[in-house]
Ligand binder design. Structure first.
Ligand SMILES: Cc1cc2nc3c(=O)[nH]c(=O)nc-3n(C[C@H](O)[C@H](O)[C@H](O)COP(=O)(O)O)c2cc1C
Length: 307
């Protein structure tokens, strides 16, 4: 079977394969995004970029836990103007870079788009789902009215496709997704981290400087799968699955649940060159199951499954 079998067409985009680097896990430098593409990812998402530079929280910002890690980095990023200069360096290369953006309201989102939009990247991902920074992320992303305003402000400001990245920390997942889709979002990414609170027994204090953080890694995969499954039941727009993907089996579960592509974050911390192996595993699974194209797998858990 040729690698063309796992090429992805979604929201007017073409990716050579369905594996992507998830936003933020390797910080805000564009270098890691480019490296992910070099080592086989079909797409890569930048760190979330806001209207002005942000330093983020003091250390410790990351702790390992069973089945993953909890982070509260505090969205450190260089701000849209400086990041635009970084992006200008890849102009003309046609790379499948998704730029993740955040802001405190629709005006800030629109301002970030205005600053970045002339650069050469293929799509936006709206961070409506960071669980540990006040005034942004879930403080917008749990409220359908806010999501609607922000998404509309972005979609009217760009011709590039827009993916809304959703939070699992709400019982309004479907309402929030509906608001994003109604406001013109071309696709959905599910999920961001799950709100968490690790404690150090040595100090008797919160293990993260911010106290609250976001859980990522294998532990969150069943929750992410549930979200993708629920979203696919309701929506026809493309869904990108994210949360605990580390092996081809994990990726296939997301495709069966309804995702057209998957993002990898935590797994790339242990092994960055993971994308090719995962793609090869998906291809041999498809060969074994007689599935000619990746598209034919997407959403199969909703119907008769697979033999
Ligand atoms: C250290 C760290 C930083 C992150 N930064 C961002 C970010 O800037 N924007 C965002 O949308 N998600 C961010 N995330 C969430 C990831 O993109 C991803 O949604 C989450 O980690 C679940 O995927 P995983 O289990 O494969 O890591 C971050 C996660 C980690 C661990």
């Amino acid at each position: 079977m040729s690698v063309d079998a796992i090429a992805v067409k979604m929201a007017g985009l073409q990716l050579s394969n369905p594996t992507m680097l998830a936003s933020g896990v390797h910080g805000s430098s564009l270098a890691k995004v480019l490296e992910a593409l070099r080592v086989g990812a079909g797409g890569a998402v930048t760190k979330s970029i806001g209207p002005v530079p942000r330093e983020g929280y003091a250390e410790p910002t990351l702790v390992e836990v069973e089945g993953g890690m909890v982070n509260a980095a505090g969205l450190p990023n260089p701000g849209a103007e400086r990041f635009s200069e970084q992006l200008a360096q890849v102009k003309g290369r046609g790379l499948p870079i998704f730029v993740s953006i955040f802001g405190g309201d629709e005006k800030e989102f629109a301002q970030v788009v205005k600053t970045l939009d002339g650069n050469d990247f293929v799509a936006y991902e709206l961070n409506l789902s960071c669980p540990h920074v006040s005034g942004v992320g879930t403080e917008i992303g749990h409220f359908p009215e806010e999501v609607s305003k922000v998404t509309k402000a972005v979609t009217v400001s760009t011709k590039k496709p827009v993916f809304a990245k959703l939070s699992p920390n709400t019982d309004r997942l479907i309402e929030v997704a509906q608001a994003a889709v109604d406001a013109g979002a071309d696709g959905l990414t599910a999920i961001n981290t799950i709100k968490a609170f690790p404690i150090s027994v040595e100090t008797g204090r919160p293990a993260l400087s911010n106290g609250f953080g976001g859980l990522s890694g294998a532990a969150i995969r069943p929750v992410a799968l549930r979200c993708v499954y629920e979203l696919r039941e309701k929506f026809d727009v493309p869904i990108i699955g994210c949360g605990g993907v580390a092996t081809w089996e994990d990726a296939v579960q997301f495709f069966l649940a309804g995702a057209s592509a998957v993002q990898l974050g935590t797994a790339t911390v242990k092994k960055f060159e993971i994308f090719n192996d995962l793609n090869l595993g998906v291809i041999s699974y498809m060969e074994r199951k007689g599935v000619a194209r990746l598209d034919d797998l997407v959403g199969r858990a909703h119907g008769g499954g697979i033999r």
